[in-house]
Ligand binder design. Structure first.
Ligand SMILES: C[S@@+](CC[C@H](N)C(=O)[O-])C[C@H]1O[C@@H](n2cnc3c(N)ncnc32)[C@H](O)[C@@H]1O
Length: 443
């Protein structure tokens, strides 16, 4: 039997939510030995209004629910549900699944109205977490939030004092070979090497991808050494409790992680960027017909980002007070930052703005960059900035940042494109032409 599409929000349902919420509120208030007037005063509402809430005669706002949870020292989530709201966590999930959300909601409320939308009818507009914001171009110009440096991050770090930056978010040349002059020349001439052009099976020209499986034992050893030496330099200039987010891949992450641990970093976890790349999933070379049911490597559907921290000075709370670091920034008061982030590959619009073969998408970068400064204060460093997606993300969420890039061509791309990426709205509607490079530190 079909029900009315808005059945779950009928007057009857509303009353039921209000009554259940009211009962809970009264129970918790009495359990805390608070009179109506005492709690009303704490919440900044009248005694009469609080009484109406307790008797199911009104629906509290979200803000009031947060205040109530705080005053009564209870978890706000069940209160949100009782009051007829989805919890911030559920809201976040629905934001991240814009196509499935209406279907899930209809299923949850057992409502299959006539106007069912199919996936193809829905427009997907990925949305940033509610707490992040996109700077307007004028703000960016005024603030001059970032500095771009062309040079080697190893020697750059040597010139800096200890405890100079507050977080590092970076995507290094983890195959090492791919950014040597020889391999970059092959990449730019479009002729193979460690870079390969994926098949153009649908007529679209794709960006080249580095082929990590061609690394030898000696390459692996130099990779281990590279990340150890790099880790030693980075940990010196990072403040105690400062976090490092480092992009890697499932074939090499163990080597990178061991080297960073040896350099003194604490491993704090791993962020899983759920993204389908074109790597893996293929049959044995030159024998794919003979072994048509064999996959040589799994089709990669995720990208690991190692999460490390320079040890704190004392307790996290002391470190937060002294250095403004030690933890990660929550999505909101009720939502911790979590370690699985669904992410599409970098959009064509962003790749057109910043043509770097390893460009990371803004929608993902803004989430991790934002989380890297727990109090929203300090400087983010990307020592391998490429076209500057980290720096653009830092600008977008209002953080100061420094980007270092060795290659002059990539550096010039970053100079041109950071302001454009930074002010790009996540749904791609916003366009802005910057007039010049803005710097915070040396202008
Ligand atoms: C994987 S890419 C980063 C791409 C970046 N995530 C983006 O979205 O554009 C790594 C970059 O590090 C640069 N690089 C390599 N060695 C470097 C070094 N020692 N110092 C600074 N940059 C370096 C490479 O030229 C390359 O552009």
């Amino acid at each position: 039997m079909k029900r009315k599409p808005d059945n779950y929000s009928t007057g009857f349902q509303k009353q039921r939510y209000n009554a259940a919420f009211g009962e809970l509120l009264r129970r918790e208030r009495l359990a805390k030995n608070l009179s109506l007037s005492m709690l009303a005063k704490t919440l900044g509402v009248t005694k009469g209004y609080l009484s109406r809430l307790e008797h199911g005669g009104a629906k509290p706002s979200r803000i009031l629910i947060e205040k109530i949870a705080c005053a009564l020292e209870v978890d706000p989530d069940p209160i949100f549900v009782l009051a007829g709201y989805v919890t911030p966590e559920v809201e976040e999930i629905l934001y991240r699944h814009p196509v499935k959300a209406p279907i899930l909601l209809r299923e949850a409320f057992n409502d299959y109205g006539d106007a069912q939308q199919t996936e193809t009818q829905l427009e997907i507009k990925p949305k940033l977490t509610s707490a992040a914001h996109v700077s307007k171009p004028s703000e960016l110009v005024k603030k001059g939030l970032y500095q771009l440096v062309q040079g080697n991050c190893f020697s750059w770090a040597d010139e800096k004092p200890p405890n100079y930056i507050h977080a590092i978010v970076t995507d290094p040349p983890y195959g090492l070979k791919e950014y040597t002059a020889k391999e970059k020349a092959k990449l730019r001439s479009g002729r193979g090497g460690v870079w390969r052009i994926p098949p153009t099976f649908d007529g679209c020209k794709r960006s080249p991808l580095p082929r990590f499986t061609v690394l030898t034992d000696a390459d692996r050893e130099s990779l281990r050494k590279f990340f150890y030496e790099w880790g030693v330099k980075m940990i010196r200039i990072l403040v105690p409790g400062g976090h490092l987010f480092i992009a890697t891949n499932p074939l090499l992450s163990h080597l990178v992680y061991l080297s960073l641990s040896s350099a003194g970093f604490e491993k704090r976890g791993e962020i899983i960027r759920l993204v389908q790349t074109l790597r893996g999933g293929d049959r044995p070379k030159n024998a794919h017909k003979e072994f048509e049911n064999v996959t040589v490597m799994p089709r990669s559907c995720w990208e690991p980002w190692g999460l490390f921290r320079k040890p704190c000075e004392g307790r996290v709370q002391d470190n937060l007070r002294k250095w403004k670091t030690g933890g990660l920034r929550r999505l909101s008061r009720n939502q911790p930052f979590s370690d699985v982030i669904k992410s599409a590959p970098t959009r064509a619009a962003e790749r057109a703005i910043a043509p770097h073969p390893s460009l990371k998408p803004q929608v993902f970068m803004r989430q991790i960059v934002r989380s890297a400064l727990p109090l929203g204060e300090g400087i983010i460093l990307d020592p391998f900035m490429g076209a500057g997606s980290t720096i653009a993300a830092a600008c977008a969420v209002g953080y100061q940042s420094i980007g270092i890039e060795l290659d002059p061509e990539f550096y010039q791309i970053a100079v041109r494109t950071v302001p454009k990426l930074a002010t790009l709205a996540i749904n791609g509607e916003y366009q802005w032409q910057p007039s010049s490079q803005q710097t915070l530190f040396n202008s």
